[in-house]
Design a protein around this ligand. Sequence first.
Ligand SMILES: [Zn+2]
Ligand SMILES: [Zn+2]
Length: 345
Amino acid sequence: MKGKMKAQLFYGAEDVRYSTTDIPKINDGEALVKIRSALTCGSDLKTYKRGHPTMIEEGSVFGHEWAGDIAEIGKNVDNFKVGDRVVAVNSAPCFKCYYCKLERYSMCENIVYNNGAYAEYIKIPSSILKINTYKIPDGVEYKEAALLEPLACVVHGIEESNIEAGDVVAVNGAGPIGLMFVALAKLKGAVVISADLSSERLACAKNFGADFTINASEVSDQVQAAKDLTEGGKGVDVAIDATGFPKVWETTVLMGRKGATINLFGGCKSGTSINIDTGLIHYCELTIKGVYHHTPYYVKKAFKLIASGQINSAGFITADMPLEKVVDALELIGLQKGIKYNITT
Ligand SMILES: [Zn+2]
Ligand SMILES: [Zn+2]
């Protein structure tokens, strides 16, 4: 499809312009999608506020959570047709590199990120179209389906957290990612503690099933507050960071009982570090791990959770905003006002 489209173009930190650009051209094996819903995300906020390593090209389109209708299809695509309602995630592994052969697909060395959700159209590259694109079932709205990418990351995170039914799980941070952790930990049968600085966000956590909340701005010792909610004050079975702040990573480590699993999920600014008492790792046998991104398996799981309604996707969306208001929407999430905004064209 030839022509121009409206889009939000990224030029640098705090320099995003609502403008016009070419509709992406597609090749064999690819598809062009008319975007119906794009969701704001914390990483888009980071891109907007301070620039982003995968967003170096001036004038490129950004945003990566979306759903829409196939508007044009390249040759040699037999699993989709024009008019299909679809959702896709922002990458696909190559299945050929060292890490793909180890089945560590989120570590793929040839991963290419597909950005461009804050626009009228987006191209789906063939690798993503083949493995990480799904038809949206009737009865599921575009904006609900658009939650697929972040939810896939959190499904990956929850499956790596060793949660058993009845476990006490602490989730630090009640932004969109933390709230998805709360919802998924409840599906695992856990007792969930949600901690955050905002009472508004903690109220959301309650709606997603949190059994207890800790307002970190109101207690003197957040770690003790979490421990006090566990048997004999021993600490939680599983502690998860969903903030990406080194200080909170340290707090998260301290919340665990002996033998706990600590999932430091939130990505911190590069070059930062944390302090951990070595005794916690040796004498207390903590399992401390990081989890990054998603794999095709977790994308499929996340899709099923959305399609079946087991996850209340609509509950993560605060309001609709038009494409020209993307910067306002990102500013709002920067101020922790709302969870996610649904950008419509
Ligand atoms: Zn995202
Ligand atoms: Zn690979």
